[in-house]
Design a binder for this molecule. Structure first.
Ligand code: 76R
Length: 249
């Protein structure tokens, strides 16, 4: 019997990780750098305006460590819009000075494991819509990683009954709720879109809360037995002014 969890989907997500090609940037003349920064600022303001008109949301963060230098996380109504954004950005002078570090394509997802039966069309429920089409916060820190649920002989998430999965997700949700107000999480589904099954994006003002939350979940059955994790990316909020400051050479 097909016991797939029912899911609701919202905005599509593109996590676009870039590195800055510092030698090329430093070798560019001052005028070229000014043009590049002007274009960057135009794009940052355009993304800000999209957010204000609730047509999507974009978060810009640095990435600490060698995996990337910054991430542009875009949420938009369609995959076409995400594609347009990445192509438009790739055509800028600024993008010439970046290299592609990693990317992730997914869609904001809510599952029905813990859904209350409030009745009615969930897509008419403003609380549900707010979670499916979230305004990305301007928290000080971001943490992103992709993950799977295991499909081993003994530990195969997809062979469990709905009831067994629901019980485990309840425990998972309870741990998560302990971090209410400290960590905001956005789960994006990526089965059929990218190399892992979900993207986990966390936002917090205190980066230590990422460590505490992820660590606590590791002891919980659903993560301990079934969680498989990809690379972790962690970084700091990059407002337009900070970005211009970062590019000063
Ligand atoms: O949607 C809900 O908030 C209801 C409860 C809930 C679901 C269904 C929930 C709560 N999550 C759900 C689904 Mn989650 N979550 C992760 C990770 O590091 C790890 O071990 C796992 C990575 C974190 C840190 C996290 C945080 N969650 C999922 C799913 C889909 C599962 C499926 O469909 O099979 C994944 C992959 C996943 C992973 N989760 C919460 C949190 C937090 C903080 C909460 C509480 C949210 C709140 O109550 O506001």
């Amino acid at each position: 019997m097909n016991e797939a969890a029912m899911t609701l989907e919202g905005w599509y997500a593109l996590h676009d990780f870039r590195s800055i090609h510092w030698p090329a940037w430093k070798a560019a003349d001052e005028e070229e750098r000014a043009v590049a920064l002007e274009e960057l600022n135009e794009f940052l303001s355009a993304w800000e305006a999209t957010g204000e008109s609730k047509q999507g949301s974009t978060a810009v963060y640095t990435i600490v460590g060698q995996k990337a230098d910054f991430v542009l996380m875009h949420l938009r109504e369609t995959l076409e819009e995400l594609n347009e954004i990445e192509n438009a950005f790739n055509k800028t002078t600024f993008a010439k000075y970046t290299t592609k570090a990693y990317s992730y394509v997914s869609v904001v997802e809510l599952s029905n494991y813990l859904a209350g039966s409030s009745g009615g069309d969930p897509m008419e429920n403003p609380h549900v819509i707010a979670r499916l089409k979230p305004e990305l916060p301007k928290s000080r820190h971001i943490c992103f990683y992709p993950m799977n649920k295991k499909r081993d002989l003994q530990d195969n998430w997809y062979m469990l009954s709905m009831e067994e999965r629901r019980t485990m997700m309840q425990s998972h949700g309870l741990i998560g709720r302990g971090y209410a107000g400290k960590v905001k999480q956005i789960i994006t589904g990526s089965v059929g879109f990218d190399d892992w099954e979900w993207g986990v994006t966390l936002f917090a003002d205190d980066a230590l809360q990422f460590k505490k939350l992820v660590y606590e979940m590791r002891f919980d059955e659903v993560s301990a037995r079934f969680g498989e994790f990809g690379p972790f990316y962690v970084g700091n909020l990059l407002q337009a002014d900070d970005f211009n400051q970062l590019m000063k050479v």
